[in-house]
Design a binder for this molecule. Sequence first.
Ligand SMILES: *Cc1c(COP(=O)(O)O)cnc(C)c1O
Length: 302
Amino acid sequence: MNRYPDPSGSELKSAIAELHGVGVENVALGNGSNEIIRHLTLAYGGEGRAALMFPPSYQVYSVAAKVAGCDIIEVLRDETFSIGPAEIDRAKAHEPDIAFVCDPNNPTGTALGSIVVGQIADQLEGLVVVDEAYAEFSEGSSVGILSEHSNLAIVRTLSKAYGLAGLRVGYLISSTEIVRAVESVQLPYHLNMVSMAASTAALKSQSEYAEIIGNLIDERSRVIESLDKISGISTIPTQSNFVMFRMNQDAGDVYRELLKHEVLVRPYPDEPLFSKCLRVTVGTPPENKAFIGALEKVLAAF
Ligand SMILES: *Cc1c(COP(=O)(O)O)cnc(C)c1O
């Protein structure tokens, strides 16, 4: 390691390109997908430019856009946390330079699919960034429609399905022009050789990951089924590795009581829409059982 790493990251890029059936020239690398998001806002945002988000969604988009000096525009998702023709029309009226679409959405788990993503890319003239951090847990991806939309950029990560958040590796799949724009704002040698070697090996172990992800999806069905059986609880349809559910109780109260049972879930105290909602990540079968057991006890005590 007394040598600089390969500045082009060609081995890792080849593994990504092969996995997604694209060219190496369609791939850019990042220290996690958050860095790709920042680099996209640096390349396409700036003073006097508008960045659009569809909340409730991932917070990093507006943080990155603000750092880049963009004006922030928000178009709320519909009541099912999806994006329909009305939301697309509203977004179009703002003529954003860059728009962020999280699919499946964090924190609701809602999946849009490539048909809706294609409609968004058709209607908006600016760059459309599709954050597919959880796509491995879902039924689809918009990688297949990239060639039909010159303004589409897809962002992926090894932090979720691959369980490699500590390596800090994410990537962009897009046109050569957008890839070049992102690489133009990156520092030379910004990805280290250890992370690149480890993530290349991980990406080449698809069959191992397919089994882990398959098991998680089965377990997700069991968690949803158990939650739906508890009276007063409804779940939001999810294609992610977490489930957002709504209760009659205050989410903060339930969150604190669950902590006493050593169960950690995610409340959203700053989002009024989620004052009675919690997000639970699907865990191992014993963890999920412990969660459901604790939740039943906690809710029975209210
Ligand atoms: C976790 C997450 C990321 C991943 O960030 P990394 O920087 O790749 O670890 C990106 N987008 C969303 C929506 C996430 O939930």
